[in-house]
Design a protein around this ligand. Structure first.
Ligand code: PLP
Length: 396
């Protein structure tokens, strides 16, 4: 038989996708599932962006592009950082990839390898630790607590640094917690980072989805010299409801960007040409649809927080950004819910799925046992019915 490489032990299928798959399996049996597992906007891609894609196809923009992406898009991304974030950025620092996930993979491949360590504050987005492991490096998971607002402190960071530490991974606004670090908190982290030789991968994919007073901050722009050691990740998937188009980007020091482009030229040649033209329209075209979608998310967030406050023995810090509520469900452990004894976040979520038909993702997938993540990137009607079902489930 064909033997798998040792590398095959390093990764597990994405847990969020796994929960989604289980929900789909039940749906295929004709059961209705109230699905809060998937992390993607439920809106269609805005019309102007769709039109740009059709135009690109009609105009024959259907060939290979330069590996790092079409110059127009790289320049538009560079202008975004130079203007909006006051971070002077040259198009040569920008690499367009097949989604932000691919950008993260390329970034890690560029700067990490065997024997290196990467600091990941938990809760963290599911893919981080596996993507780090794929490079041969070790994820060093630093737990944060609900009491500390799920934020890494400069002291925690400095204590985790060793001579082997290559990178700190930051994600604000955060998936799964929705936490948004304040500018002051990130400045304090930036100062700690600058005391060391450690680089930073700052995943800012939810940068435009913030609520209330919360504001996202471009980490690389916070201190002089920080951009020389920071790789910023973002993309169009979440802001423009473009998850399926697979366009993300990185902004990195020019030498790192050059390697990432070379790597990509061998791996995938280039991201989809039509999607790149669509992404260009997303960034430079009218932004009204972003406001419309954001207003919907904000409304749902309010409603979700109100309903969670009425769930028995469940707490949740209000998310400042993204579209997730990270609920502490641990008070239900070692209880029987609908006749199933729930002992951890996995058994809790499985019981909720199989008895209440509500799909959540277990906190353990994000390195945080005791929690369940609910995505509110789904219709208000589904959210209402989901909470009705959860209420009954938890009272059973
Ligand atoms: N980073 C975070 C924190 C995410 O939540 C996601 C998607 O769920 C991504 C990156 C990946 O985005 P993309 O779909 O553009 O690959």
């Amino acid at each position: 038989p064909l033997q798998l490489a040792e590398r095959s032990n390093l990764i597990e299928p994405s847990a969020t996708l796994a929960m989604g798959a289980e929900a789909k399996r039940l749906k295929a049996q004709g059961l209705e599932i109230l699905d809060f597992a998937l992390g993607e906007p439920d809106f269609d891609t805005p019309q102007n962006i769709q039109d740009a894609a059709f135009r690109a196809i009609k105009e024959g923009k259907t060939h290979y592009t330069p590996p790092a992406g079409i110059p127009e898009l790289r320049q538009a991304v560079a202008r975004h950082y130079t203007g909006r974030e006051s971070l002077p950025t040259d198009a040569s620092q920008v690499v367009i990839s097949n989604g932000a996930k691919h950008s993260i993979h390329n970034a890690l491949m560029a700067v990490c390898g065997h024997g290196d360590e990467v600091i990941i504050p938990a809760p963290y987005w599911v893919s981080y630790s596996d993507l780090v492991k794929l490079t041969g490096a070790s994820p060093i998971v630093v737990p944060t607590t609900e009491e500390s607002g799920f934020k890494l402190t400069p002291d925690q960071f400095l204590q985790a640094v060793t001579p082997r530490t290559r990178l700190l991974m930051l994600n604000s606004p955060s998936n799964p917690t929705g936490v948004v670090y304040s500018r002051g908190e990130l400045e304090a982290l930036a100062d700690a980072v600058l005391e060391t030789e450690v680089g930073v991968l700052s995943d800012e994919i939810y940068e435009q989805l913030t609520y209330g007073d919360a504001e996202s901050t471009c980490f690389a722009a916070l201190r002089p010299g920080l951009s020389d050691r920071t790789i910023t990740i973002s993309g169009v998937s979440k802001t423009y409801a473009m998850t399926g188009w697979r366009i993300g980007w990185s902004v990195a020091p020019a030498g790192v960007a050059k390697f990432m482009a070379d790597l990509q030229s061998q791996e995938t040649s280039n991201p989809c040409s039509v999607s790149q033209w669509a992404a260009l329209e997303a960034i430079v075209g009218p932004q009204d649809s972003v406001g419309v979608m954001k207003a919907q998310f904000a409304k749902r967030r309010e409603y979700v927080m109100e309903r969670i406050s009425r769930l028995p023995d469940v707490t949740c810090a209000p998310p400042g950004g993204a579209f997730y509520a990270f609920m502490n469900v641990s008070r239900h452990f070692n209880r029987s819910l609908r006749g199933i004894t729930v002992s951890d976040s996995t058994s809790f979520c499985m019981a909720a799925l199989n008895t209440a038909r509500v799909a959540l993702v277990m906190g353990s997938a994000f390195g945080a046992e005791g929690y369940a993540r609910m995505s509110f990137a789904t219709s208000m009607e589904t959210i209402e019915r989901g909470f009705d079902a959860l209420e009954e489930f938890l009272a059973s």
